[in-house]
Design a protein around this ligand. Structure first.
Ligand SMILES: NC(=O)c1ccc[n+]([C@@H]2O[C@H](COP(=O)([O-])OP(=O)(O)OC[C@H]3O[C@@H](n4cnc5c(N)ncnc54)[C@H](O)[C@@H]3O)[C@@H](O)[C@H]2O)c1
Ligand SMILES: O=C(O)[C@H](O)[C@H](O)COP(=O)(O)O
Length: 375
């Protein structure tokens, strides 16, 4: 069996090599020729999987090691009876850690603010439960859920009134509640003038031009963007206006990536009727617990300082801005720079690998860290 895997899938050879011959290739521009003799195609979000790629391919299984599926033409796959699988929830924890880290930087008092969540599935739901545990006031908009699922369910209008609004929907272009362009100028205009808007779903859910104009008109308004319209060729004018800009890496914890590989390996095993032989646990580095350093008791933003030790989001922001501005100055295209940052992303571990500082923390801080997932 011949398996083609995106070269940015960690440990693809370790897992899929158990099942057949693995060929690795850059996922962004896969051609029909590359899949003309492939039995199983394993992709990430950058590969459009549709008739133009697969029409003449013998592919019988498509797996995406990601949560998002907007790059798969699912009706086409179903019609061709090609089995497909996605890695639901694989990096949800990583995204939630990204959100808390970003908020600790842009709104150090976020524990006392209200948070609106748009889209309350694996990511939004995990964020919702953590915020509730922390006693934060939360409002949720998700037209596919009801109040039995989420007691704080309300309208989009009410959610947009929160101090902080986090977007965690898939990108959908049809159905009863499409998310393409869900937030445009009209919706932004209803938000508080000093609100924070964070998008770690898909870029096209927010109208980027409208957001850039809104940021110009409302100097107190802040945006945190991990995802962008038209990736990898993102709008640098918008990037310059947002408080934190990252290259679609919210879900890029190493734990989350390996979980994605494992889930699709398991799905391919199930498709083939084979018992899985290898687990994520076997490939993840063992004994990797790191202790956070004590911080000065005088530090005005102790939580941001502690979270920053586990995940330095400001470094991701700085690296993106530097790479894209250097490329622009030198007249080089921006897309390859954006992709290179993602391809070469350093290994980032989730918070359960970190223990709290040995020194005494200010009242309540240790409890917050425990709720967030630190040992
Ligand atoms: N930035 C990243 O690195 C990253 C990582 C993981 C996932 N994502 C994106 O986040 C999305 C959500 O991930 P998830 O694991 O929570 O998915 P999920 O499928 O578990 O949940 C999505 C939720 O959004 C809701 N929803 C759908 N349409 C909606 C609408 N119009 N308004 C409000 N809610 C709506 C659904 O009912 C569902 O509850 C993914 O589809 C993916 O595109 C991004
Ligand atoms: O949908 C997801 O799981 C995330 O957006 C994921 O992090 C995308 O990563 P990519 O496939 O683009 O490497």
């Amino acid at each position: 069996m011949k398996i083609l895997a995106d070269q940015n899938i960690p440990h693809s050879e370790t897992f899929f090599g158990q099942l057949g011959q693995v060929v690795q290739a850059p996922g962004r521009n896969l051609t029909p020729e590359q899949v003309s003799d492939i039995d199983a195609l394993i992709v990430r979000s950058v590969t459009q999987v549709d008739a133009s790629l697969l029409a003449n391919s013998p592919v019988k299984f498509v797996g995406t090691c990601t949560i998002g599926t907007d790059h798969l033409d699912i009706p086409y796959l179903n019609q061709r009876q090609i089995s497909w699988a996605s890695a639901q929830g694989c990096n949800a924890n990583s995204v939630v850690e990204y959100v808390f880290t970003a908020l600790a930087h842009v709104r150090p008092n976020w524990l006392n603010l209200s948070v609106g969540i748009i889209g309350c599935g694996n990511v939004g739901g995990h964020l919702y439960r953590k915020l509730r545990q922390l006693g934060v006031t939360v409002r949720v908009y998700d037209p596919f859920l009801n109040a039995n699922d989420v007691p704080d369910l309300t309208t989009l209008e009410q959610v947009l009134k929160a101090d902080i609004v986090c977007v965690h929907t898939p990108l959908t272009r049809g159905g009863p509640h499409p998310t393409l362009g869900l937030l445009g100028a009209a919706e932004l205009a209803t938000m508080q003038t000093n609100a924070v808007l964070l998008n770690a779903g898909r870029g096209e859910v927010i109208d980027g031009a409208a957001l850039a104009a809104h940021l110009d008109a409302q100097p107190e308004f802040s945006a945190v963007l991990d995802v962008w319209e038209n990736e990898p060729n993102i709008d640098t004018a918008l990037m310059q206006r947002v408080s934190i800009a990252t290259p679609h890496i919210a879900g890029y914890s190493y734990d989350g990536k390996i979980a994605g590989t494992e889930m699709i390996y398991q799905a391919l095993c199930a498709h083939l009727g084979i018992e899985p032989q290898i687990t994520a646990q076997q490939v993840l580095p063992a004994n990797s617990t790191v202790q956070l350093c004590a911080i000065e008791t005088t530090n005005a933003y102790p939580l941001a300082a502690l979270l920053g030790q586990a995940y330095n989001i400001l470094n991701d922001d700085h690296t993106l801005r530097t790479a894209l501005s250097q490329a622009a100055e030198q007249g080089r295209p921006l897309g390859p720079e954006f992709d290179a940052l993602r391809k070469n992303y350093p290994q980032r571990r989730e918070w359960h690998h970190f223990t709290q500082p040995a020194g005494k923390l200010a009242d309540g801080l240790s409890q917050v860290l425990t709720t967030l997932g630190f040992k």
